[in-house]
Ligand binder design. Structure first.
Ligand code: 5RP
Length: 283
């Protein structure tokens, strides 16, 4: 592996422990102003010191993250669909590798939709992006998106993750499921998990712990951090699980302790952004 590729990967997966805490704030690329991410700058700022890397689109990066920030950027470069559109799987590559280089991206992220109507298009997008990334030493994170008709089980996720790795993805993001070790065993590149829909904090911490215990190298977590009433406490607790080997009980203890100090807590009622369900589901 070339020096540039190794160097960028080491900014995403920490070389000291081989783990990764990526903060996902890319949801607006098809969901619009997602609850508690309505003003991205406000959501991101308090969490930035605790994230190993930040996953987002170029629009939010340019408008909502200080250029002086040292946090490595995982740039979402697929999209051009919306939650009210025909089909979420009809994604294309939305950002050139030249623009990603201008933005000093450490990694490129793109979704694949295995088993969907536009499966071929999204897999071809991945293969093309890997070619581009290899040219410039930029790793690619493949996100295994799940359509509403797909079972989120080890068989389906294992298939998606393996295909992503076979097409050259350097890191794969998927969902946690029963028998997750089968998914991890069949995927020859590092796996990270999405958090999914907001859960009670204790459950989200257990999910993070179990995924790592069964073969993930870390998390790419969004809503379970910034939709918490205590997002800073939550990211610190997730960090303890990812990097310090805390078990779910210790992680939750850290959350409870930190929430007393968490000035970023949002006590206002949550705004519900209604989504119109013609497309594949997102959770
Ligand atoms: C959307 C994504 C999100 O970044 C991903 O799902 C992680 O966020 P969350 O933890 O909220 O699920 O890739 O396609």
């Amino acid at each position: 592996m070339d020096w540039g590729m190794k160097n960028r990967l080491s900014r995403i997966i920490r070389p000291d422990d081989g783990r990764c805490l990526m903060l996902a704030v890319d949801h607006g690329y098809f969901l619009g102003p997602t609850e508690r991410l309505e003003v991205p700058r406000k959501t991101i700022a308090p969490l930035l010191p605790y994230a190993d890397s930040l996953m987002l689109t170029r629009g939010v990066l340019r408008t909502s993250v200080p250029a002086e920030s040292h946090v490595p950027i995982v740039l979402r470069v697929s999209g051009a669909t919306s939650i009210i559109g025909e089909d979420l799987s009809k994604e294309t590559i939305t950002t050139s590798v030249e623009d990603a280089i201008k933005l000093n991206a450490s990694c490129l992220a793109l979704s694949i939709f295995v088993g969907s109507k536009y499966e071929h298009q999204t897999l071809a997008n991945l293969a093309k992006l890997v070619d581009e990334g290899e040219k410039y030493g930029i790793p690619v994170l493949a996100v295994t998106a799940v359509g509403k008709e797909m079972a989120r089980d080890a068989r389906y996720l294992g298939l998606s993750c393996r295909i992503a790795a076979e097409l050259g993805a350097h890191i794969v993001k998927t969902y946690y499921c029963d028998n997750f070790e089968e998914v991890a065993d069949g995927c020859p590149v590092p796996l990270i998990i999405a958090g999914g829909k907001k859960l009670p904090e204790a459950e989200a911490l257990k999910l993070s712990h179990d995924a790592i215990h069964h073969g993930a190298v870390g998390v790419d977590m969004g809503r379970n951090i910034w939709q918490s009433d205590w997002p800073v406490a939550m990211i610190k607790a997730v960090g303890a699980i990812v990097h310090r080997g805390a078990d779910p009980k210790e992680g939750y203890g850290i959350f409870l302790k930190e929430k007393e100090k968490d000035k970023s807590g949002q006590k206002s009622p949550q705004k519900v952004v209604k989504t119109v369900g013609r497309s594949a589901s997102f959770d």
